[in-house]
Ligand binder design. Structure first.
Ligand SMILES: Nc1ccn([C@@H]2O[C@H](COP(=O)(O)OP(=O)(O)OP(=O)(O)O)[C@@H](O)[C@H]2O)c(=O)n1
Ligand SMILES: C[C@](O)(CO)[C@H](O)COP(=O)(O)O
Length: 228
């Protein structure tokens, strides 16, 4: 494994509708302590030590609004806004295609995990720089997990100590992620695509702040964390 020395790019996917949140606008454009989820995510991504380029993937209906939000950031020149797809995987692919040529370490991040701190980005980049192809943050699970069949009957109880609840950002050597996306495989996260093509994925300690805003209760949790 060789050390990576090129630039770091971050793809922030923000093109989902946020159906489960039920807001009047797409989730990334909902406000939290005065800023949108998207702005919180962009600020933290650009706050990471090595971030050179950020690609924001926005809904086609909100490209102008996303551009206006990004333009307020002092480093707006390092941010590109593109349109997303119908599925998260298609949105990530659109973001990947817009990364600068000199980027060789890519982090894929959900705008919905808007409080993931810059320090988490830094730890992931370091792990790729040390030679890993794909590195994701994960937390131990608190519940016992059952595997069930279509009837609801339990078919297994995995050893909980081997399980991790995986977050974003997820970090990759660019060539590895591009190849995984080109394979046409399907997965609920980018690490899953790499796994499908036989790649090795490393899990490092996640961060409680990287939780996903999915429901109104999650938004309230984020609001409480940011305080008055
Ligand atoms: N077509 C899509 C679907 C999702 N996402 C992004 O992927 C991240 C994780 O998705 P999730 O939290 O499930 O968001 P939504 O799909 O918007 O939520 P819901 O399923 O409630 O509609 C979010 O930042 C979302 O904006 C995206 O860019 N493009
Ligand atoms: C990428 C992800 O956030 C990792 O936990 C998750 O898989 C996204 O899933 P969703 O169904 O698109 O919310």
């Amino acid at each position: 494994m060789s050390r990576s020395t090129g630039s770091v790019g971050v793809v922030i996917v923000a093109a989902g509708q946020g159906t489960r949140l039920g807001a009047a606008q797409p989730k990334a454009f909902v406000r939290l302590a005065g800023s949108t989820l998207l702005e919180h995510a962009v600020t933290r991504a650009l706050g990471a030590a090595d971030t050179a380029h950020v690609v924001v993937v926005a809904p086609a209906s909100h490209l102008v609004e996303a551009g206006a939000l990004v333009s307020a950031h002092p480093r707006s020149g390092d941010v590109t806004v593109v349109g997303g797809g119908a599925e998260r995987t298609a949105s990530v692919a659109a973001g990947l295609a817009a990364l600068r040529d000199d980027v060789d370490v890519v982090l894929v991040h959900d705008a919905a995990r808007c409080l993931a701190p810059a320090s988490l980005f830094d730890r992931l980049v370091e792990a790729v720089r040390e030679g890993a192809d794909a590195v994701v943050p994960g937390l131990p699970v608190a519940d016992t997990i059952k595997v069930v069949d279509a009837t609801g009957a339990v078919v297994g109880t995995p050893d909980r100590s081997t399980l991790r609840a995986v977050q974003t950002p997820q970090a990759f050597r660019r060539s590895v992620l591009v190849a995984a996306h080109a394979s046409g495989a399907d997965a609920t996260d980018d690490a899953g695509l790499v796994e499908r093509v036989g790649g090795r994925v490393l899990v490092i300690d996640g961060d409680d702040l990287a939780f996903k805003v999915t429901t109104a209760a999650d938004l309230e949790r984020a609001d409480r964390i940011l305080g008055p």
